[in-house]
Ligand binder design. Structure first.
Ligand code: NAG
Ligand code: NAG
Ligand code: NAG
Length: 486
């Protein structure tokens, strides 16, 4: 039943003659800006430039299912209206069953299939559809589309001549409105955010539609034919992406695996939908954390101009909260240390580029915690799945998020000696150096990862003792000599 219903919608689709361009996508913000415009009326449409549509536009069909599609009829419908128009059907492997487009029919000479997958028989140039497009514009057409008048395409072309660096889209069904979306790609924070907006200047549109753009634009995208289509297109044309070399929405046919692949390819780990729901494409408790070993205190992502992946920050917060609760229960005296205390002072959270959480605790209390006590001998997984261990090569402890995901919280044991809090093993790197014990008498507390956490008193002096003057106001990466803060 359900399948029938879907097909019905797909096949009934016909352009009403009166539909005009709904939206123009804003693109290339850097070139001359963009502004809202009023959709033109049909009367303004007939222009000399739009006469030879077949010479101006190449039709591209990208996304369809091999086992059940309507590509042949869709192509035929366009050929009926524009007999000489060039059509390119792009696929990842030869469709099987074969598409029903007879090459003997003289009217389909201008229809070409392009297989993107490498083959020993096919030269490089033939696998890259962008290289063989001769027309100024390309029109992306979704499967199961019918066209019954020249007018729609003419008005789209005429609209695009007004906004050459945009994309002009038109809905395929007169019944359904397209959704206009704002797309924010934040590469540094591995995040993609969609929001539904009013108006007709959008970063992406949802709903089945035709999309017309200059071939030149297509050539500038990192991977213009990536599936799922057209989602991948709009991720790539979203302003930030285009500017710095680097989306999506709800549509039932969209294959989740393809989306996952797309996000992975472009390293987007947090996707916030226009409905407000957040999807994670990053690491979980059962997968390794998404970055490798850390050398010189500087995780590799910092050198790529990125901050800590959002999933890692979230996992780190969970681990920290668990450790705080566990230490509270055991009655251990502890306080927030070093970079974590700095983050708490700045924003009540982990520094967005930090990769661990640092806690100091009173060595004399160690045996009160069953987990620390056990960890003295060998690593132990607690009842909630966190792994406690005595760190190799240092007299300190560590709690990993899980056995697999090794994002971690450090626990540094201090003891008091002649008025100074000191430790037996030192890592200058961690900035958890000696300090006068009056910073802990009395203890204070500070907001961190959503709760109050014990801290030294006089936090500013404490941090300036460790990091130098002005440390709270001027951010630095953990190892400024390797990479200055941007
Ligand atoms: C050939 O194409 C024309 C339209 O261009 C169509 O009407 C006709 O049915 C096609 N013939 C065959 C044999 O596919
Ligand atoms: C805990 O995490 C650290 C840092 O990622 C890692 O070096 C260590 O091997 C992990 N411990 C265990 C027992 O897996
Ligand atoms: C203890 O500290 C005081 C000053 O803080 C210093 O004069 C003294 O030498 C220290 N004693 C020891 C045993 O370190």
């Amino acid at each position: 039943m359900r399948i029938k219903f879907t097909r019905l919608i797909a096949f009934v689709v016909v352009f009403a003659n009166v539909i005009v361009i709904y939206y123009s996508l804003r693109l290339f913000v850097s070139f001359g800006g963009f502004q809202a415009y009023t959709p033109p009326t049909i009367k303004t449409v007939t222009k000399p430039a739009t006469k030879h549509i077949s010479k101006l536009v190449t039709i591209i069909i990208r996304e369809f299912e091999s086992f059940e599609n309507d590509v042949s009829a869709t192509v035929q419908s366009f050929l009926n209206v524009f007999p000489n128009i060039q059509v390119i059907i792009v696929y990842d492997s030869i469709p099987y069953p074969a598409l029903d487009i007879s090459s003997r029919n003289s009217s389909v000479k201008n229809v070409k299939g392009v297989n993107l997958s490498p083959s020993l028989k096919v030269p490089f140039i033939e696998r890259y559809p962008v290289l063989s497009i001769k027309t100024k514009y390309v029109l992306f057409v979704p499967d199961s589309t019918r066209i019954n008048s020249r007018q729609i395409l003419q008005s789209m072309v005429s609209e695009l001549t007004k906004q050459p660096d945009g994309i002009v889209v038109a809905p395929v069904s007169s019944k359904k409105e397209l959704g206009c979306l704002r797309v924010n790609v934040n590469i540094r924070e591995w995040t993609l955010k969609y929001s539904l907006i009013k108006g007709n200047v959008c970063d992406a549109v949802s709903g089945k539609h035709l999309a017309l753009m200059e071939t030149e634009l297509l050539k500038q995208l990192p991977d213009p034919f990536l599936l799922p289509f057209p989602h991948s297109l709009y991720v790539q044309t979203s302003p930030l992406f285009v500017k710095s070399h680097h989306a999506q929405w709800k549509q039932k046919q969209v294959d989740n695996e393809r989306l996952k692949h797309l996000y992975k390819l472009f390293q987007l780990k947090e996707v916030v939908r226009e409905t407000g729901t957040t999807e994670w494409y990053g690491c979980t408790r059962d997968t390794p954390r998404c970055f490798g070993p850390i050398l010189d205190l500087m995780p590799s992502y910092l050198f790529e101009g990125k901050w800590t992946p959002p999933c890692c920050l979230s996992n780190l917060r969970k681990t920290a909260k668990h450790v705080f609760n566990s230490l509270d229960e055991a009655g251990i005296r502890y306080w927030l240390e070093a970079g974590s205390l700095l983050g708490a002072m700045r924003s009540g959270d982990i520094l967005p580029w930090d990769h661990d959480v640092d806690i100091g605790f009173n060595r004399d209390d160690l045996l009160r915690s069953q987990w620390l006590k056990k960890a003295k001998d060998k690593p132990v997984v607690d009842s909630k799945g966190f792994l406690w261990e005595k760190a190799t090569g240092g007299n300190f402890y560590r709690v990993n998020y899980s056995k697999t995901n090794k994002i971690y919280v450090n626990l540094f044991p201090f003891y008091s000696k002649n008025g100074t809090m000191t430790k037996d093993a030192w890592f200058t790197s961690h900035k958890n150096m000696e300090f006068p014990d009056n910073f802990l008498h009395p203890m204070s507390s500070i907001e961190f990862v959503g709760r109050q956490v014990p801290s030294p008193n006089n936090i500013r002096d404490f941090l300036e003792l460790k990091f130098g003057r002005g440390a709270i106001e001027s951010p630095e990466y953990p190892n400024p000599s390797r990479l200055p803060f941007p």
